[in-house]
Design a binder for this molecule. Structure first.
Ligand code: SF4
Length: 288
């Protein structure tokens, strides 16, 4: 699907890509069948706000759940993912699909953008800090090993030290496996610019905040990854590691990078790895 019906004040997407439009479910399933027939093993369904998939389809509306069940059923498909989820549109019922579909990978890209309710309101995100944490708790209750990724904007219009502390608290409580953290800068054609929300957090304050958040995020992600040492995970091989061609790189179900020593080319294969060490950004292990 393309486009977005939200109007987050910092975002230019609704202006550039228009309103949400979804491809027909049958057409997507047909394309997936062709791809899998040609050897594709993993498919990621994409949408700016994928949780509202199908709401304008005719002759009847469809849901993301329906689409996931239909695509997961394509014979031979090993792995299915979807991104990106919006906290205002994600339905907790969706978590049932993770329980029912063995090839739906436990990964949720779930941007909060800020932990401060007043910043969220100015961003026009449509949820609060507490609501976001409730959804994260529901996701983890349904799927305990869910890999959770977030997006965060630091230094949005009017962000105070107290607002920023709430964002730190959000990262501490969610313990994102990985987070895409950006420094706010005003863009043309966004509601923020057009409505005169000033880009008023000084650059040095933004830099100080983003550096602090990134450091903490790396520390928490590393701590969480350390807990995985000793476990066995299934990896889909992507080929030689970019940093060291004697190592092979791949992704586990949670979409984390897993690196092993191997003289063999493992691209396109599924293999088991015992995790022996970890950093904030990757897991390292040996082939089982
Ligand atoms: S940030 Fe995402 S949800 Fe918000 S307007 Fe942009 S694309 Fe839509």
């Amino acid at each position: 699907m393309r486009g977005c019906d939200h109007h987050c004040t910092y975002c230019v997407v609704p202006n550039t890509r228009g309103m949400e439009s979804s491809r027909p479910l049958e057409e997507i399933v047909e394309e997936c069948k062709i791809l899998v027939g040609e050897g594709t093993q993993e498919i990621t369904l994409l949408g700016q706000n994928i949780d509202s998939y199908g709401k304008r389809l005719q002759p009847r509306r469809r849901t993301l759940s329906e689409l996931l069940y239909a695509v997961a059923d394509v014979p031979g498909l090993k792995r299915l993912r979807f991104i990106t989820s919006h906290p205002s549109d994600l339905k907790p019922e969706l978590f049932q699909a993770f329980k029912d579909l063995p090839n739906l990978m436990p990964y949720l890209h779930f941007p909060a953008q800020s932990g401060s309710d007043s910043v969220l309101k100015r961003m026009r995100r449509g949820y609060t800090f507490e609501r976001y944490l409730e959804l994260v708790a529901a996701a983890r209750e349904a799927v305990p090993d869910m890999g959770l990724a977030g997006d965060t904007i630091v230094g949005f219009s009017g962000e105070t030290d107290e607002d920023f502390e709430k964002t730190i608290e959000l990262h501490e409580r969610t313990r994102y496996q990985n987070a895409y953290i950006f420094m706010y800068s005003e863009r043309d054609y966004t509601p923020a610019k057009e409505q005169g929300l000033p880009d008023d957090v000084p650059l040095d304050v933004k830099k100080r905040r983003i550096n602090r958040l990134m450091k903490l995020q790396r520390q928490w992600a590393a701590e969480e990854n350390q807990k995985k040492v000793g476990r066995v995970t299934e990896v889909f091989g992507e080929g030689p590691s970019r940093k060291d061609p004697n190592k092979q790189e791949g992704r586990n179900p949670q979409n984390q990078v897993v690196i092993v020593e191997s003289g063999r080319e493992l691209q396109g294969q599924l293999y088991k790895v015992e995790i022996t060490s970890a950093t904030d950004a990757a897991l390292y292990g040996r082939l089982v």
